[in-house]
Design a protein. Structure first.
Length: 84
């Protein structure tokens, strides 16, 4: 786990909108987008269309909609985060 991934997971104990996450992590949107996609692929982060609708976005959907989504650390992500 990279330091960047650790910091992102640290902010995702609760459902968080992209803008809030970007502000909290201090990462520029392009860098955060890449990190989030990699963490979704690893199963560390869950993606939500709104507060109660979890989705499994395709790469194409994610590319265009990532700023509209909300994110939450998965159980697998929390275990990886706490094991570090």
């Amino acid at each position: 786990m990279t330091d960047e991934e650790y910091d992102i997971l640290n902010e995702l104990y609760f459902l968080t909108a992209f803008k809030e996450l970007s502000d909290a992590c201090g990462l520029e949107p392009k860098k955060l987008k890449t990190a989030l996609w990699n963490m979704i692929i690893k199963g560390w982060v869950n993606c939500f269309k709104n507060y109660d609708q979890e989705i499994n976005p395709t790469k194409k959907d994610f590319e265009y909609q990532f700023t509209n989504y909300h994110y939450l650390a998965s159980k697998k992500g929390l275990l990886a985060h706490n094991a570090r």
